[in-house]
Structure formats: structure tokens, C-alpha cells
Design a protein around this ligand. Structure first.
Ligand SMILES: *Cc1c(COP(=O)(O)O)cnc(C)c1O
Length: 362
């Protein structure tokens, strides 16, 4: 069996030790005689799994007691609707549109209230983060929305926007657990787990308790009310049990790696190897403004925008065991996603391969 180096943006690489443990526990989870896929979500054994996963996530992110952690379904995209439904009181929210995911969230929110685009970087293919130090925040805005790390474009917020006292809501799907976060800076954080945490099918919402309301408009589906989910400890209906179990294993792995500060050092090392190479390469170049570069997603193109050469690169890289490097169709070129589970060696070997390709095709 040969494992490849998987640079997919999502679903993406998971720690090998986690996959091995899941394999070992597949037929008989801790002497229960069942797979986690087969057991009742109301059983003691599953209750321990979800409680422990929550506890480990709380430890890792130092989530204060006045925040609820919800394990839900529907992906990050469903939260684009759930958030305005639950958090719009005045019916107004401000959006900083730094990529397709933020744009989709902004568009979806327009169905439920007044969603203002107060800043955007679309003029330059979302290749930078706009200055957010003095934005025209709406006086009656219920919240300001950001996508913290832009998976497609490879930009990230190094500094949070000045929300002028308004609540901040963040999509952290592609950089959750990659570095420490001060949860109290946010009213709500959410992430689809399939980028940096687990298998597709789980979305985690971390929401401040006072924002969980019961006085929502009649049309809000029961399942999309945070109140429903919070009151039932994420067990209102059958949750994505197996996915939650894998998330729990990954939380333990991140703890074993030393927690979020250690993860940040690990991720900075990896990203530096790749960006340092790109910065001096005569063939390849990163597409993002240096100060806004993501540690997780690294889009790059050939300096001459040579589509044939890029296709050749992706093909030969795949043959050499570096897979899923083709860029998103809206940027073109290549993208290397180097999430938590990507070992340093994977990035070093990719750069070696790129150097060789550059020499051979100069
Ligand atoms: C992948 C991604 C999404 C969409 O996630 P789904 O779970 O497929 O809905 C949303 N936001 C960001 C930042 C993403 O990377």
C-alpha cells in the first residue's frame, strides 16, 4: 500500500495514526462488539464519544463556559442560512467579502434580512484582505461576518476587523485548529470539519449562549434553530455519529501534537518552505499579496501563465505521488493545501519535485 501526499483543499488529508486507530476500532469499538457506525446515538458508549470530543475541543480552543458547542449536519453551507435566521434581530448584518465562501454566505443572508457588503477584494480576484480598520459598519448591524481563511484564494485575516463593538461571526472551515484562537473575540465560530478535522458530514458551531434565542420567526425550521440543538446537546435527532467519532480522534491527535500553539509553529514551518521556494522561483509564483498569505492554502501559477506547462506539472506531480494540486477553476494554476495533517516532509518533497520540474522545463 502506498499512501500519496494529498494536497486536496477538501475533503482532505487526515493524520495517518487516526486512520489506523479507526481501522483497528472498526469492528469492535472498545469492547462494545460494534462499530461506531452501528451503535445507537442514545447509548452510553456513544454519549462518551461525543462528550469527550466536545471536552477535547473545549480544551484545545479554551472555549469559555458561556459558549455552546454544537455538532451538526448540513455542512458549512447550511450555516450560511442558519446564522442569519438565528442571529438577525434587527434584520441587518455586514459582510466582508473576501472570497467565494464569504460571497455565498452574503448572498444567502439576503433571503433573511438586509445583508450589506461593507468591503470586498473581488476587484483583484480576492488576492488580498481589504483594510478593515475603519469600515462603514451599520449602526443596527446584528453582526459582522468574515470568512477567516479563504480556502480557494489562499488569503487569511492576520488581524481581525474593527467591528466597532458589533458581534463578529467567522467561518473557520479551513483553518480551525491550525493556530490559537481567542474565542471571546467572536459571537459565533463555525467550521465544516472536512478541511482540517474529519470526514465530510459534520459542521461544528461554537456560539455564545446569550445569542441562542427562542423568539425566532415562525418559518425557521426546527432543525436550524440553535436552541433546538443546544437544548438537546446536539442529539435532537441522529447526529453524524461516525464523523463525530473521527473528529474526536483528531482532537486527541492535535493535543498529542502539543495543542494549537505547537500546531501554529508546525504550520508556519511548512508554509515557509513552500513560500520561500515560490518567492525565488523563476517558473512559479504565488497569487496572494505577501502580508495576507494563508498558512493552509497556497495557490500558485506559472509566471508566464502557461496553461500547458501547468497541466504538465499537475500530471507529473500526480504520477510522482503529489495529488490534488490542480488549482480552483476561478484562480487556475495550482493550489497546495497543507493542512494540519500534512507532514513537513510532504512539503519538503513537493518543493524538491518542483525544483526538479523547474530545471527540466526551463
Ligand atoms: C469548504 C468550505 C465551505 C463549504 O463547506 P461545505 O461543508 O461543503 O458546505 C465553506 N467555507 C469554507 C471556508 C470552506 O473552505
Amino acid at each position: 500500500m502506498a499512501r500519496v501526499y494529498n494536497f486536496s483543499a477538501g475533503p482532505s488529508i487526515l493524520p495517518e495514526v487516526v486512520l489506523k486507530q479507526a481501522a483497528e476500532e472498526m469492528l469492535d469499538y472498545k469492547g462494545s462488539g460494534q462499530s461506531v457506525m452501528e451503535m445507537s446515538h442514545r447509548s452510553k458508549v456513544f454519549d462518551d464519544i461525543i462528550k469527550e470530543a466536545e471536552k477535547d475541543l473545549r480544551d484545545l480552543m479554551k472555549i469559555p463556559d458561556n459558549y455552546k458547542v454544537l455538532f451538526l449536519q448540513g455542512g458549512a453551507s447550511q450555516q450560511f442560512a442558519a446564522i442569519p435566521m438565528n442571529l438577525m434581530k434587527n434584520g441587518v448584518a455586514d459582510f466582508i467579502v473576501t472570497g467565494q465562501w464569504a460571497k455565498k454566505a452574503w448572498q444567502e443572508a439576503q433571503k433573511y434580512g438586509k445583508a450589506n457588503k461593507i468591503a470586498s477584494s473581488e476587484d483583484k480576484t480576492f488576492s488580498y484582505i481589504p483594510d478593515c480598520s475603519d469600515l462603514p459598519i451599520s449602526e443596527d448591524a446584528d453582526y459582522v461576518y468574515i470568512c477567516h481563511n479563504n480556502t480557494i484564494y489562499g488569503t487569511t485575516f492576520k488581524e481581525l476587523p474593527n467591528t466597532k463593538g458589533k458581534l463578529l461571526v467567522a467561518d473557520m472551515s479551513s483553518d480551525i485548529l491550525s493556530q490559537p484562537v481567542n474565542v471571546e473575540d467572536y459571537g459565533l465560530i463555525f467550521f465544516g470539519v472536512q478541511k482540517n478535522v474529519g470526514p465530510a458530514g459534520v459542521v461544528v458551531v461554537i456560539v455564545r449562549e446569550d445569542l441562542i434565542r427562542d423568539d425566532l420567526p415562525e418559518y425557521v425550521p426546527t432543525m436550524l434553530k440553535y436552541k433546538t440543538q443546544a437544548d438537546a446537546d446536539s442529539l435532537y435527532n441522529t447526529p453524524p455519529c461516525y464523523g463525530i467519532y473521527i473528529c474526536g480522534l483528531v482532537f486527541k491527535w492535535v493535543k498529542d501534537m502539543g495543542g494549537l500553539s505547537a500546531m501554529k509553529i508546525h504550520n508556519e514551518k511548512k508554509a515557509k518552505i513552500l513560500y520561500d521556494y515560490l518567492d525565488q522561483s523563476k517558473m512559479f509564483v504565488g497569487t496572494v499579496v505577501e502580508k495576507d498569505r494563508s498558512l493552509m492554502n497556497v495557490p500558485f501559477v506559472t509566471r508566464t501563465h502557461d496553461a500547458d506547462l501547468e497541466a504538465k506539472f499537475v500530471k507529473e506531480a500526480t504520477e510522482a505521488g503529489f495529488v490534488n494540486l490542480k488549482g480552483h477553476r476561478s484562480v487556475g494554476g495550482m493550489r497546495a493545501s497543507i493542512y494540519n495533517a500534512m507532514p513537513i516532509e510532504g512539503v519538503e518533497k513537493l518543493v524538491e519535485f518542483m525544483k526538479k520540474f523547474e530545471e527540466e522545463n526551463a
